[in-house]
Design a protein around this ligand. Structure first.
Ligand code: C2O
Length: 542
């Protein structure tokens, strides 16, 4: 294992898409940003130097960060943001994880353009654990979203009025909308492939607010990993990735020479909520000199094809037997959903019926602190004015979460910066229950600092009496982000073996903006966080 160094200079550069140009925040002037390539066990040292005009912090999405919480990145949770003119050194090890992860800004909506792949390959003396080593791997495929205006302005406009933000103007593959958009014929990502080869393809859904179906014309894909955990091989014509999720697949290029579209578009179970219903494309080119006039187009599922979505997610199985004690020490039940705040005097009330949109877990709408990060406040034993440790283990009221007419009182969240304390080493089970208010998309729930097993998923209300029997304790998939259906549930389990403060949130940026978040605070088994390293000297002040 080696140590590698990188410098990420955050600066604005003009980027033109769809015939319009505006300045976007980038890393080293690149959009999408640079790919980090590591071997399992490597240590990465990354200096983030902010030469842009916004505060920024960078999160290494899916990296376990064992006892390195100061490098996790979410602003006001593990650090204060790096202000223009400042820099901060992140240092972490990628161990016991292999596959595709990614990094992204964790401030406002800057991750719309500040993101890139983080690949963790087996050590030089190790092989992939699947049959048939790929002849080679293609460049990572990053799915994203593009706005014709600065995404920070998009979210600022929405939070000032309480209304929903504008949907994106294009979906993208590696920053390019693709040639189905008008004024975009030059902006199509192209992948050159060779007849007969089997290649490894790595997908990341870096879109802000859109879960995506992905298909490659004429080719099936065999899923071998997701969120940097290996899966049993699963062959399918279509993938589903929620924002935050990654999927590694093998593809054999055994079709007649020519060009084939890779296409992606939204999955939204939809209840009249607007979403970007356009299609982004890239071209897979066999490069045999056969330039067919137009590439073959795959058939994508309909935007509301819940059957296909469910069949994809429930077909994934962990490659290895789950390593989980059979006991459960903490049994939590979290409702995740969108709701409304009643509007107070002097506020703009752009939400439905003169309200402001909000989102919550167990009816608590998360508010970022500003005086210090939660981790700093906790480390110094000074939570006062920063957070409280009274996040509820259960929703305040039990109700029919998926009923069409949920009583209004039950949608109205309270605001707070609340954490839930977990004992070091405890086995934690969380039932994540999606509610049915003002949401058309699954909630991709992401936990920082942890991978978790997904024991079961279903539609409707979770029913402990009957659904517990469906738990897969043998080969459940391990992930860092799980799509919780708007009208459904997922049950996850993990061992709280990583001391620190770990954000839990919906990876739709619009929902984190509205407060769909909380944090776990895990002690170190000694005292509180006494065995954690002291904050680095360059930790930015608030
Ligand atoms: Cu990739 Cu807190 O997120």
């Amino acid at each position: 294992a080696k140590e590698q160094y990188h410098e990420f200079v955050i600066r604005e550069v003009p980027v033109e898409r769809l015939c319009r140009s505006h300045d976007v925040m980038t890393v080293n002037g690149q959009f999408p940003g640079p790919t980090l390539e590591a071997e399992e066990g490597d240590t990465l040292v990354v200096d983030v130097v902010n030469r842009g005009r916004y505060n920024v912090s960078v999160h290494w999405h899916g990296v376990r960060q064992m006892r390195t919480g100061w490098s996790d990145g979410p602003e006001y949770v593990t650090q204060c943001p790096v202000r223009p003119g400042q820099s901060y050194r992140y240092r972490f090890t990628v161990a016991a994880q292999e596959g595709t992860l990614w990094w992204h800004a964790h401030s406002s909506w800057l991750r719309a353009t500040v993101y890139g792949a983080l690949l963790i390959r087996p050590r030089a003396d190790a092989a992939y654990p699947f049959d048939g080593q790929p002849a080679r791997e293609l460049a990572p495929i990053l799915l994203g979203e593009w706005w014709d205006m600065n995404p920070v302005d998009v979210v600022r406009a929405a939070t000032s009025t309480g209304a929903a933000p504008n949907i994106s103007d294009a979906l993208t593959v590696n920053g390019q909308p693709g040639d189905l958009y008008s004024c975009s014929s030059q902006d199509t990502a192209v992948f050159s492939v060779k007849s007969g080869e089997t290649n490894l393809l790595r997908f990341v859904n870096a879109a802000l607010n859109t879960e995506l179906f992905v298909s490659l014309a004429g080719h099936n894909m065999t899923v071998v990993g997701a969120d940097a955990s290996y899966t049993k091989p699963y062959t399918t014509p279509v993938l589903l990735l929620g924002p935050g999720q990654t999927t590694d697949v093998l593809v054999t290029f055994d079709q007649p020479p020519g060009r084939y579209y890779l296409a992606a578009r939204a999955y939204a179970s939809a209840q009249g909520v607007p979403f970007d219903n356009t299609t982004t494309t890239a071209i897979f080119d066999y490069g045999d000199g056969v330039a067919s006039s137009s590439p073959a187009m795959p058939t994508l599922p309909a935007y509301n094809d819940t059957a296909t979505a469910t069949s994809f997610t429930t077909s994934l199985r962990g490659l290895r037997k789950a390593e989980l004690p059979s006991r459960v020490d903490e049994s939590l039940f979290f409702t995740v959903g969108v709701g409304l705040f009643s509007c107070s005097k002097g506020q703009l009330c752009g939400g439905p019926n003169g309200t402001r949109l909000a989102a919550s877990i167990n009816n608590v709408s998360f508010v970022l602190p500003s005086a210090a990060s939660i981790l700093q406040a906790h480390y110094h034993g000074a939570p006062s004015g920063v957070f409280t440790a009274d996040f509820p283990a259960n929703p305040p009221v039990q109700f029919d979460y998926t009923a069409q007419n949920v009583s209004r009182a039950l949608w109205q969240p309270v605001q707070g910066t609340k954490v839930y304390k977990l004992k070091y080493g405890s086995v934690v089970q969380v039932v994540l229950q999606g509610t049915n208010v003002f949401a058309g998309e699954n909630h991709p729930i992401h936990i920082h600092g942890y991978d978790f097993y997904i024991l079961a998923e279903g539609l409707g209300n979770f029913n402990a009496a009957t659904d517990t029997a469906k738990f897969n304790l043998d080969d459940p998939p391990m992930r860092n982000t799980v799509g919780v259906a708007v009208n459904g549930w997922a049950v996850i389990r993990f061992v709280a073996d990583n001391p620190g403060v770990w954000l839990v949130h919906c990876h739709l940026d619009v929902h984190i903006t509205w407060g769909l978040a909380m944090a776990f605070l895990v002690d170190d088994g000694v005292g509180e966080l006494q065995s954690l390293e002291a904050p680095p000297p360059d930790l930015p002040p608030c």
